[in-house]
Design a binder for this molecule. Structure first.
Ligand code: URA
Length: 432
């Protein structure tokens, strides 16, 4: 078999066989196929697409390019959730302890943020001592003992995705639905969970800007899951505006805690209930969404969810004293308030601008090597559809460094005021 023949076949829009797909992945990971030939094939895929069967085969080949975790000895439903990335997305930090408090087992690997999107690992790393670089055995021990662990990506899992993703990033081949689906699904399936919720963010702060494209990606990932014997649910959620009232790292952890204690903002709380109930039904812990929502209410009200959060953070080495009432854990040196110059109902038009301002304040990285300022971020004193009076504080910017006054203009260009409320949906669609 020769890679040039496989490239030519895809250029001519023919269907690749399982053997050809396996050959490409195996030889590329073994460095017998150079980047320029892999890039040519990826471009042919981006332009001509893959059938659902080819995408499932590609996912399978990528998933088996490294280790695949097996939790079958626990005899439990292992759940996972994955978000395609957005602004203010702290869902995993609140949702995972809720699921664990309800008896589901969460074994999750998370990534760092890049650019305007935040990463769960960065947020968790803002908690002093939190250790996500654990050995396989430590990961297993945490999951067995506490029913929850969130750790960093294991280097031995899905090496094909690491190589292919880096190449796609610089060859204009990221925006391909079959390549995105196989990248996400190979990683999720290799971690060994059997029930997976995929939160496909949709809007200008997300990869998928268009609802029809987001649905196509969601349906494809469900099909791949079926072919590979896993239960997958997809939620398509709003990323036209930031999620919740906070963007940053420490500030988002605190909002996740407020939500675990029943005091979260409306849109973020709704995503927690929606995603949580979808997973509880998928894992057959609840008979329907109504029962699942009641179960979530119960562990929030009786503090089991918050106590599970403390148990989990502490088991991974995090100092939970920082969450005590008078702690000065979140203590940014600089702050700047943005004041409304007119009255009206607030409309946030652009999540990406909020993400970029948070990044410029120090909350995110523009390059992989950049370090993060855990104090940096944005608090939305006013949310979309709230009535604002001229002179009210709209947003507060935080940083450990002096704040560039120009940033205020960038946020003001991402909002408008109107005389009446507008329609906002938090969850656009659920697919199962
Ligand atoms: N997230 C991934 O893991 N892979 C992609 O290709 C896109 C988003």
């Amino acid at each position: 078999m020769r890679i040039i023949d496989i490239i030519n076949k895809k250029v001519e829009n023919q269907t690749l066989t399982k053997e050809e797909i396996d050959f490409f992945i195996k030889e590329y990971v073994a460095e017998n196929v150079p980047d320029y030939q892999a890039a040519a094939l990826l471009m042919a895929i981006r332009l001509n697409g893959l059938s659902d069967a080819e995408t499932a085969q590609l996912t399978d080949a990528m998933m088996h390019s490294g280790e695949v975790l097996d939790w079958s000895y626990l005899n439990k439903v292992i759940v996972d959730k994955h978000s395609t990335g957005g602004v203010g997305d702290k869902v995993s930090i609140a949702l995972c302890p809720i699921l664990a408090a309800l008896g589901l087992t969460v074994a999750k690997m998370s990534g760092r943020g890049l650019g305007h999107t935040g990463g769960t690992l960065d947020k968790l790393e803002s908690i002093d001592g939190y250790n996500f670089s654990v050995t396989d055995q430590q990961f297993r021990d945490l999951v067995e003992k506490h029913g929850i662990a969130i750790v960093g990506q294991n280097q031995k899992l899905v090496p094909a995705d690491k190589k292919i993703y880096a190449l796609r990033d610089v060859t204009g081949t990221v925006q391909s639905i079959p390549l995105i689906a196989s990248s996400i699904m190979s990683k999720k399936l290799a971690t060994g969970s059997n029930c997976i919720l995929l939160d496909v963010k949709c809007g200008n702060g997300a990869f998928m800007k268009d609802i029809n494209e987001a649905k196509k990606l969601g349906k494809l990932m469900i099909e791949i899951g079926k072919k590979l014997n896993r239960k997958i649910a997809v939620e398509i959620t709003n990323m036209q505006q930031p999620l919740g009232k906070t963007i940053g790292n420490k500030i988002e952890v605190l909002e996740a805690i407020d939500t675990l204690n029943g005091h979260g903002p409306k849109d973020f709380t709704e995503i927690i209930y929606s995603s949580g109930s979808t997973l509880l039904v998928l894992a057959q812990k609840a008979k329907d969404e109504v029962e699942a929502r009641k179960m979530i209410d119960e562990v929030i009200n009786n503090k089991k969810a918050y106590n599970k959060f403390l148990e989990w953070i502490s088991a991974q080495g995090g100092n939970i004293k920082v969450f005590e009432k008078d702690s000065k854990w979140f203590n940014p040196q600089y702050k700047q308030e943005i004041i409304a110059s007119q009255s009206g109902y607030l409309k946030i038009k652009s999540a990406i601008d909020f993400g970029l301002v948070a990044m410029k304040l120090g909350a995110g990285r523009s390059k992989k090597e950049d370090s993060i300022d855990y104090e940096a971020g944005i608090y939305l004193n006013k949310s979309s559809n709230e009535y604002v009076n001229k002179g009210d504080v709209l947003f507060t910017l935080y940083s450990s460094k002096p704040i560039n006054p120009e940033l205020q203009k960038e946020l003001l260009s991402a909002i408008e005021f109107s005389e009446s409320k507008h329609d906002i949906q938090t969850v656009f669609a659920k697919l199962m």
